[in-house]
Design a protein around this ligand. Sequence first.
Ligand code: H53
Length: 829
Amino acid sequence: GFGERKAKAERMFSLMDGFLKNDPFSLQKDILHHVEYTMARSRFSFDDYEAYQALAHSVRDRLIERWHDTHIYFKKTKSKRLYFLSLEFLMGRSLSNSVINLGIQDQYAEALNQLGFEFEVLAEQEGDASLGNGGLARFSACQMDSLATLDYPAWGYGLRYEYGLFRQIIVDGFQHEQPDYWLNFGNPWEIERIHVTYEVKFNGTVEEVDMNGEKVKVWIPGETVEAVAYDNPIPGYGTKNTINLRLWAAKPSNQFDLEAYNTGDYINSIVNRQNTEAISNVLYPDDRSHQGKEMRLKQQYFFVSASLQDIIRRFKEAHNNFDELPEQVALHLNDTHPSLSIAEIMRILVDEEHLGWSKAWNIVNKIFSFTTHTVVAEGLEKIPVDLLGSLLPRHLQILYEINSNFMEELKKKIGLDYNRLSRMSIIEEGAVKSIRMANLSIVCSHTVNGVSKVHSNTLKTKTFKDFYELWPEKFQYTTNGVTQRRWIVVSNPSLCALLSKWLGTEAWIRNADLLTGLRDHVDNTSFRHEWKMVKRLNKMRLAEYIETMSGVKVSLDAMFDVQVKRIHEYKRQLLNIFGIIHRYDCLKNMDKNDRRKVVPRVCIIGGKAAPGYEIAKKIIKLCHAVAEKVNNDADIGDLLKLVFIPDYNVSVAELVIPGADLSQHISTAGHEASGTGSMKFLMNGCLLLATADGSTVEIIEELGSDNLFLFGAKVEEVAELREKGGALKVPLQFARVLRMVRDGYFGDKDYFQSLCDTVEVGNDFYLLGSDFGSYLEAQAAADKAFVEPDKWIKMSILSAAASGRFSSDRTIREYAERTWKIDPCQCPF
Ligand code: H53
């Protein structure tokens, strides 16, 4: 009974010495314990990497204590849980973040000092966890941090890819991809749960059998794979709460293929078993197109099936009536990637729990919410029916049934408008009959979220217009956010100290709205001076990094102008490079006197191109070609430098963002769903040069358009500009720059022709030509502001002061209250 269990637990606890202590001496003992017993290194000789590992293990022990207590508490209080389902999480490094969130940063620094190590040096030993591509994946990571910090009873679910996002290396200006086998040296942050495993099934057939006089469908699968859980504790800041990110890895199932053994094909049966592990091997490196790849579909279902089995098991432990599911469980679909969850949960409730279709459906359509990060209809995910039918035959039947019910209901509402019916159908007829994953997600979710105001308007008026007219109340938007714990506290310690000093409190770390308090000090000269010094320090850090990475020496007096993000035509890195060419061309044609007035610039570009994205790769090459010419032109010297930062990832971002004076967010209006990079720069007092796209529109609301450099066509104007096509008036400067590239001024003449074609009049879909004039004006305005340091610093301070609204804490609170309907549940210390 309970008494017995409690007595046993108390005895166990008495044997445990109580909880781990956090004074420097105890920390040292624990670190050395791990050197000796976990790493099996001698305490007389271990290097920085081993010291990092031992240190990480001692932090992990502390995380585990809180993580256990948090889950026991969630269980005890029976609070409604949120399950955040995402195929991608870009967590980056964990050490500094964990130690800061645990609140034992100073103790660790002292403990290590006494052992002769420096915390910052050991922290550099850690590699990134890059289980995602770009914005969507880093946003997931920020949301996990906020969920933990705000005490929400949440779980993240994802895949434990053995190869994360490829490493980018540059050879001769070309991108090459190298595998990121990130688990090579072990991962101290995860906990393998060998007893938390589920079987995931594929293929086979569906048969109809008689069960108590009723005909039921039974799936007889052909292949079974096992999913093993790996848990990653996510600590909140200023709270004991430590939530879980559970990632699944595929292992061969223990169900032996008896036939193979009996026929003596032992070797082949082992080889086949190993193939099943491939499911969770590798992250797909394409940022937004996932069309019709069998392995990708397998990954999605593998992830969905393991997660839902786990969630349902946990629910059943505490409840015996599925009617309670909507009050106990919120399932969040992070984009359409996990949307097979809908079919899977229907299958579980109908085929395994025998609830009957309509009862199951009534439950299912109350538990899902869906966030779409996509803008254009062509970018939406589709799965060929043939592929799905052979891999998941029962799920295909379920999807057909959901669709036919939906179509019936729709006909009653809108009549026989066949065009509209076919647009809204979950099944797309056509050359390749496919499942439209977005339509499925909309039909089955109670809420459809956009990620910014502009994005949400596009969804309502274009992408999902038909659905919006049917269910206006389903459509909401919650502007994205980023966590100030990672993007200020971890990445910019000097700014962090300055903020706390002038705000007179550290409370902004949990409540970013307090940053508006900086406005009270903008005219204070000593504050401004300190602000300037912090920026300079961060520029110094960045300059050192640039020199080591690319050998280019840059002047700290120059304006550091940064564009870092995935390389995409719509993000218009090419516009940036053309602007740089134009600047170079102007400098070359200037006399000495005029040159003296020019603001020196260091232009910094970084980002990965999807391996199969030719144009994006050409943009990277062009960037290097221009850099080669400009940086080696002694006549230009420090007036202009261009550097490409290779292998841009979370930890590189932590270094680059604090050191930026200006950052560019220059997508063609209407193409960036939100954009979260801009928010990180804003928090770090970097000025923005931007188009009125995505969340920039909301940033303008907070910051005022005078405090950033805005340019370019507005969303409403873009369609018209495109229609005009060839008749557009493109400035002469643009034509000249284009000519220079075409004529081989930067070498590789032939190679760049097709890149130039993409922006030629009549072909310039992303409107580089028509935005070029106003882009140059915005750049000139930035130059002008930079030579008035007082004005510049004021704008920099006001940027940080306006960034509070873009904390993911605000995002998560909005989702929790409006969409997920979950309450905070703080585990007592
Ligand atoms: O998601 C971010 C947005 C950003 C958007 C990005 C995204 C991906 O990273 C991948 C696929 C996709 O459809 C969208 O491009 O604008 O800020 C988080 O919402």
